[in-house]
Design a protein around this ligand. Structure first.
Ligand code: GRF
Length: 242
C-alpha cells in the first residue's frame, strides 16, 4: 500500500500533554520526542493554571499551547467538557497527564479510555493521592518510586504499565526523596510512552496487554529488557507492589 504524500510509514504519534505546574515531565517528554527516543511529537500543551511554569517548555519548543483556567467554569463538568474539546482540537493519539492537578469526571475519562496516561509518584497501588513521599517515609518503606498507568475514573487506580523503584535513604526528607523520584520519572515516563506509542502496550478498558499477551505485573524500568516478550520478563513472578 502506498504511503500518502507528506506521511512516512511510521507517522509520529500525536501527544497532548496536560500540566498544572512545573512541567519537568513535559520537558523530559519533549526532549525524548526531539531525540527520536519516542516515535511521537508533542502537538499541544494545555494547562489549567495560567501561571504554570511548564508552559515555558512549550514556548521554548514552539509547541502550540493554551490555558483553560478551571476557575472560569461553574462546574467540574463544564470545565471537563471544554477541556475535552480543546484536547480533540489537537487530534491526539495519546493524552498525557503530567502533574495535572485535577480530579476528572467519569464522562471525561471514558472519552479517552485506553489513550490517556498518568504518572504518579509512588509504587502503586501503594500511596494513591497526595503527599506520597512523606507517607512512604513515615511508614519506613525501604523503597519508593513512580508508576505510569492508564487513567480510569478511580483516582490513581488504573492499570499500571511501568514503574521505577528508588531506594529510600535513612537520611531522606520528603524533599530529597521527591527529587530522586522525579529524576527517575524523567526516564520512566518517556519509556512508558514509547511502549504505548509503538503499540507494545495496549489497554482498551479490559485487559492490559504487552505484545498481545496479558501483562501480569507492571514492567520495571532498568529491569525489564526492551524485549518485553522475552522469556525473562514473562517468567518472572509478579513484583511485590501490594
Ligand atoms: C510528578 O511528581 C508526578 O509524579 C506528579 O506530579 C508531579 C509533576 O511534576 N503527578 P512536573 O510538573 O512534571 O515537574
Amino acid at each position: 500500500m502506498s504511503v500518502p504524500a507528506g506521511q512516512s510509514a511510521a507517522t509520529p504519534k500525536r501527544l497532548v500533554v496536560l500540566i498544572s505546574g512545573r512541567g519537568s515531565n513535559l520537558g523530559a517528554l519533549i526532549e525524548a520526542c526531539e531525540q527520536d527516543r519516542i516515535p511521537a511529537q508533542v502537538v499541544g500543551v494545555i494547562s489549567n493554571r495560567p501561571d504554570a511554569a511548564g508552559l515555558g517548555f512549550a514556548e521554548q519548543h514552539h509547541i502550540p499551547h493554551r490555558v483553560l483556567n478551571h476557575r472560569d467554569y461553574p462546574s467540574r463538568e463544564a470545565f471537563d467538557a471544554d477541556l475535552a474539546t480543546a484536547i480533540e482540537d489537537y487530534a491526539p493519539d495519546l493524552v498525557i497527564l503530567a502533574g495535572f492537578m485535577r480530579i476528572l469526571t467519569p464522562g471525561f475519562v471514558d472519552r479517552f479510555t485506553g489513550r490517556m496516561l498518568n504518572i504518579h509518584p509512588s509504587l502503586l497501588p501503594k500511596y494513591r493521592g497526595l503527599d506520597t513521599h512523606a507517607r512512604a517515609l513515615a511508614d519506613g518503606e525501604p523503597e519508593h518510586g513512580a508508576s505510569v498507568h492508564f487513567v480510569t475514573p478511580e483516582l490513581d487506580g488504573g492499570p499500571v504499565i511501568m514503574q521505577a523503584r528508588v531506594p529510600v535513604d535513612p537520611n531522606d526528607t520528603p524533599d530529597t526523596l521527591a527529587a530522586r523520584v522525579q529524576q527517575a520519572e524523567h526516564r520512566l515516563y518517556p519509556e512508558a510512552v514509547r511502549r504505548v506509542c509503538s503499540g507494545e502496550i495496549q489497554w482498551s478498558g479490559r485487559i492490559l496487554q504487552a505484545d498481545g499477551s496479558p501483562l501480569e505485573a507492571p514492567l520495571q524500568l532498568d529491569e525489564d529488557t526492551h524485549d518485553v516478550s522475552g522469556p525473562d520478563a514473562r517468567s518472572r513472578p509478579p513484583h511485590p507492589v501490594g
